[in-house]
Design a protein around this ligand. Structure first.
Ligand SMILES: [Zn+2]
Ligand SMILES: [Zn+2]
Length: 395
């Protein structure tokens, strides 16, 4: 097969009209760095614009590494690089890294596929070694259980039976108003390996193939997660199975005591924080709050506890004006005042019920406990602890 001596990338090239000698001379001039305007002055038919593109490729003795036809070569634009630009006009191979010819495309895919298989082996070895222990339902706390139910509710992925936190980070943890509540919870469950990555990580995410991790980097937002809790048969519980078990589980009085304490404590803490911030402009410390909760919880519903806190905060405010603004002294005054009030109002005589402040958010955890476990989501604020625990079903 004879091949044309020149190949014009631009079929309308004005250089086509020149004789072979003139074409050779024009190419030589360009190679030697003669200005394009000067070259064009010699050949009035040649257009100045896009001159390089008009210059032809020239047939070379070298054969294409893929299809064995003779390739064409051309000087680089503005003498850029010492080698010649190569092109096979039969298979479109251009010998560059970005070549789009069929064979190069195929080779790239083969290389990617190999890389992917390598990564899968690395990942699987890592996975078996790092996640070699499983939990049973008995190993996890009642708090973990409830958080798992809440996470399943909010983050059950589009992949069947996985948890997908991918939107979590993108929206800066603001999926819902209270989602900061979930941030540490998710990290904690991942750290303790109660949540583990879905083994099919590399099968599901194409972009990981192009990165070059020597070891898998686990990014909680880029993979789907599954619970690492086994059934008696030894296989992992699926997200749906776990969800069902946890929702249908019954809770003992002991469990309920623990959970009610959590709700009561956080309701008291929120109110004290709110009131001290507003009237005292200082912090009542956690230790004081803990002691106040211990004193209030056995006898006072939250509605009456709020009344006592209101009185004690007011008294502390007067104490600050009359005596001292020292934070430690105010804390201790507040604690003593609360103890005094708790004793004085043991029988609740002349103690009005306060209403809950609606702007204080009830956490998802507490909402779940009140609604699904204590079954007191509406009345809980006005009931004493013994009512909450004795009479869990109302309505
Ligand atoms: Zn070729
Ligand atoms: Zn190619």
């Amino acid at each position: 097969m004879t091949q044309e001596k020149y190949y014009f990338e631009n079929p309308k090239s004005s250089i086509r009209s020149l004789t072979e000698d003139e074409i050779e001379a024009a190419i030589a001039d360009y190679e030697n760095g003669v200005k394009i305007s000067e070259i064009c002055q010699k050949y009035p038919k040649v257009k100045v614009s896009s001159f390089y593109k008009q210059l032809p490729y020239k047939l070379n003795q070298e054969k294409c590494e893929y299809c064995n036809n003779q390739i064409y070569t051309k000087v680089r634009k503005n003498g850029y690089g010492n080698d010649l630009a190569k092109l096979c006009i039969y298979c479109n191979h251009d010998y560059t890294k970005n070549c789009n010819c069929e064979q190069c495309f195929h080779n790239t895919n083969v290389a990617l596929e190999e890389k992917r298989k390598e990564l899968q082996i690395v990942w699987k070895n890592f996975y078996t070694e790092y996640y070699n222990l499983n939990y049973t339902l008995n190993d996890i706390s009642i708090f973990d259980e409830i958080y798992l139910v809440l996470l399943i509710q909010s983050y059950k992925g589009t992949f069947e039976n996985t948890l997908d936190f991918s939107y979590f980070k993108q929206l800066k943890f603001q999926v819902h108003a209270s989602s900061h509540e979930y941030y540490s919870v998710i990290n904690n469950l991942i750290d303790r390996k109660i949540l583990i990555p879905n083994i099919y990580y590399f099968d599901s995410y194409d972009y990981i193939y192009s990165s070059e991790p020597s070891l898998p980097t686990i990014n909680s937002t880029k993979i789907n997660w599954i619970p690492n809790i086994i059934k008696t048969s030894g296989t992992l519980l699926s997200v749906s199975e776990l969800d069902k078990i946890l929702k249908e589980r019954t809770y003992s009085v002991e469990d309920k005591k623990i959970l009610w304490r959590e709700v009561y404590w956080s309701e008291i803490k929120s109110y004290i924080n709110d009131q001290s911030n507003k009237y005292l402009k200082m912090v009542i410390d956690d230790q004081t709050i803990e002691q106040v909760v211990d004193g209030l919880q056995p006898t006072f519903p939250l509605s009456k506890a709020y009344n006592l806190i209101y009185i004690a905060i007011n008294a502390s405010h007067r104490y600050m004006q009359d005596y001292s603004k020292n934070e430690r002294k105010v804390n201790s005054y507040f604690r003593n005042k609360m103890n005094e009030l708790i004793l004085r109002y043991q029988d609740h005589k002349n103690l009005k019920d306060y209403n809950r402040l609606l702007y204080i958010e009830l956490s998802y955890f507490n909402q779940y406990v009140l609604k699904n476990i204590l079954k007191q989501e509406n009345a809980y604020f006005y009931l004493s602890t013994d009512k909450i625990l004795d009479n869990p079903i109302v309505g």
